[in-house]
Design a protein around this ligand. Sequence first.
Ligand code: ADP
Ligand code: MG
Length: 149
Amino acid sequence: MDYTFKTKNVEETKKIGYQIGLLCQAGMVITLSGDLGAGKTVLTKGIALGLDIHQTVSSPTFTILKQYIGRLPLNHFDAYRLEGIQQDLGFGDLIGDGGVSVIEWPEYVLELLPKDRLDIKIYWIDENKRDFKVSAYGLMYDSLMKEIL
Ligand code: ADP
Ligand code: MG
């Protein structure tokens, strides 16, 4: 199923992330698409809070992956620098394991993504407003979205 919603400031985006994080189960995969500055990392900060992670979550742009431990482990990927890289860096083993994987720039690691996942697209409307389009692939993800909205 597809879902849409809007936020009009950072806090609202974090709150949606928080609600998603609260409901996340082991092995879940969430992909975040959108231009630079869309709010992918902001949403991830909210998801982390919902997973009871109180460390500062910052963009893994240069490291590609940052891991945090909360109620469940969080694997936060930024695949931007993997564009065009054919080599298997082993990230596929982590995606869908016992943690929750949040993946920014999923278009560069499509072959590593499971069929069932929460696919979130963020659109920049103006300085503070964002539109979200969410496709829930699989029952688990669909129930999660239904609980939030
Ligand atoms: P991305 O990870 O998609 O490149 P970031 O999450 O790092 O983007 O940055 C989003 C930027 O947009 C931040 O500077 C944040 O303060 C700003 N922003 C303004 N309004 C919103 C909103 N409604 N939701 C998310 N971010 C917002
Ligand atoms: Mg980011």
